[in-house]
Design a protein around this ligand. Structure first.
Ligand SMILES: Nc1ncnc2c1ncn2[C@@H]1O[C@H](COP(=O)(O)OP(=O)(O)O)[C@@H](O)[C@H]1O
Ligand SMILES: [Mg+2]
Length: 355
C-alpha cells in the first residue's frame, strides 16, 4: 500500500529502493537490497569486487531489468518511468563506447547532441566542462592518447552535460594513481557543493570514509550494514582509550578502574607509561577519566582511537575487501569498460587506508 505520505517522502529521496534482486542464472548477484539516498548527500556503496555494486547501480539507472523489488528516483518509478529517470541521472562508465579517434571536444559535442542538447548548447556546455575538468589543453587530442585519469574526468564531464541532479559514480577512482585520485575526490566534493546528489560505489574504505555522508556495506549481494563512517566504526565496538601517565607506578590503578567500571582488561606498557583500555562506547572514556581524576592520577596525554573501516569490514563480513568473491571470471560485468581499461594501471593502492 502506498500512502500519500509515502509518495511525498519518496520525492524527497533521490533514490528509494526496496527488496532489489538481480539473478544471473542461479546466482543472485543482488539479493534483496533496500536503499535510501537523500537529496544533497554523497551516499557510498562499499563492497569488494563482485559484491553486486555495479549490478545494483545499473538496475537503478534503468540499464538492467529489476527482477524483484522496486526503485524510484526522485519519486519516479524506475520500471514504469525509465525516460523520466534517465533525464534525472548522470551515469559514468558509458562513455567508453564513444569513438577513440575523435578528440575530447568532438566526443563531448557528439554526446551532448545525442542527449538532445542543441548545437549551440552542446558547444557551450562542452567548453565549460572541459574547462571545469582541466581538460582544455587535451581537448584537441584523440581520446586514444588520454591517460586513465583524463578518461575518468572526461567520462564524468560527459555524464554532467545535461546538469542532472543525481550522479551515479561507479568506482570513480579504481586504478587511478593517488594524485589523480585526490583530484577526483575534489571534483566530487565540488559537485556536491553545487547541489548534486551523488551515489558512489567503491571498494576503497578510505574513499567511503573521506567522501560519503552515509555508507552501505554490501557483501555477496546483500547489505550487511549502513550508517555514517563514525556509526559503522562505533558499531563494531573496538574503540580504544589510550592514556599516557606521568607516573608508570599508577598504571595498575588504571587497569583496576577499567575492570571495575567497564569490565574490560587494559593493556599496560610500563616502558612508555602507557595504557590502552578497550571501549564498547566512545563515551565510556569519560567514566574512566573521571575515576582517575578522583584518584589524583596525572595524565599526560589522552586519545580515543576509533577502529578503521578495514576493521569494520572484517568484523561485519568475516573477510577483508581483498578476498575474491564467488562468481565467474571477469567479475566486473559488462558495465565496467572503465575498469577493464584501467586494469593494467596501478591497482596496488586499493587497500590503502587513512589511519
Ligand atoms: N552480465 C552478467 N552475467 C552474469 N553474471 C554477472 C553479470 N554481471 C555481473 N555478474 C556477476 O554478478 C556478481 C556481481 O557483480 P558486480 O555487480 O559487477 O559486482 P561489483 O560491481 O560489486 O564488483 C558477480 O559475481 C558477477 O560475476
Ligand atoms: Mg563493479
Amino acid at each position: 500500500m502506498t500512502t500519500r505520505h509515502d509518495r511525498e517522502n519518496q520525492r524527497e529521496l533521490a533514490v528509494a529502493a526496496t527488496g532489489l534482486v538481480k539473478r544471473f542464472g542461479d546466482h543472485r548477484a543482488v539479493d534483496g537490497i533496500d536503499l535510501e539516498v537523500r537529496r544533497g548527500e554523497v551516499f557510498g556503496v562499499l563492497g569488494p569486487n563482485g559484491a553486486g555494486k555495479t549490478t545494483m547501480m545499473r538496475m537503478l539507472a534503468t540499464l538492467l531489468h529489476i527482477d524483484e523489488g522496486r526503485a524510484s528516483i526522485f519519486g519516479h518509478d524506475v520500471r514504469a518511468e525509465p525516460h523520466a529517470v534517465r533525464r534525472l541521472l548522470g551515469v559514468t562508465g558509458q562513455y567508453a563506447s564513444v569513438d577513440e579517434n575523435l578528440t575530447a571536444t568532438e566526443n563531448l559535442w557528439l554526446f551532448a547532441r545525442l542527449q538532445g542538447l542543441s548545437r549551440t548548447e552542446s558547444r557551450a556546455r562542452s567548453a565549460e566542462l572541459l574547462e571545469q575538468f582541466d581538460l582544455t589543453e587535451a581537448a584537441k587530442k584523440p581520446i586514444a592518447a588520454f591517460s586513465g585519469g583524463m578518461r575518468r574526468r572526461l567520462d564524468l564531464a560527459a555524464s554532467l552535460l545535461t546538469r542532472p541532479p543525481l550522479i551515479f559514480l561507479d568506482e570513480p577512482t579504481t586504478g587511478l594513481d593517488p594524485r589523480t585520485r585526490g583530484q577526483m575526490w575534489d571534483t566530487i566534493r565540488d559537485l556536491v557543493r553545487s547541489g548534486c546528489t551523488v551515489l558512489l560505489t567503491t571498494q576503497y574504505l578510505d574513499e567511503a570514509d573521506q567522501l560519503a555522508d552515509r555508507i552501505a556495506v554490501i557483501d555477496r549481494g546483500r547489505k550487511v550494514a549502513e550508517g555514517t563512517a563514525d556509526e559503522l566504526k562505533s558499531s563494531v565496538g573496538q574503540s580504544t582509550l589510550q592514556l599516557q601517565l606521568a607516573d608508570s607506578a599508577l598504571l595498575p590503578l588504571v587497569a583496576e578502574q577499567a575492570r571495575r567500571l567497564l569490565g574490560e582488561e587494559a593493556v599496560l606498557t610500563p616502558e612508555s607509561r602507557r595504557v590502552n583500555v578497550p571501549l564498547t562506547r566512545t563515551d565510556q572514556a569519560v567514566e574512566v577519566l573521571l575515576a582517575l581524576r578522583e584518584r589524583d592520577v596525572t595524565i599526560e596525554s589522552v586519545t580515543v582511537q576509533k577502529p578503521s573501516l578495514d576493521e569494520v569490514f572484517l568484523a561485519l563480513t568475516g573477510h577483508d575487501t581483498q578476498d575474491p568473491q564467488d562468481g565467474p571470471e571477469g567479475q566486473d560485468g559488462p558495465a565496467s569498460a572503465a575498469d577493464s581499461r584501467s586494469a593494467d594501471t596501478d591497482r596496488t593502492h586499493r587497500m590503502e587506508t587513512s589511519r
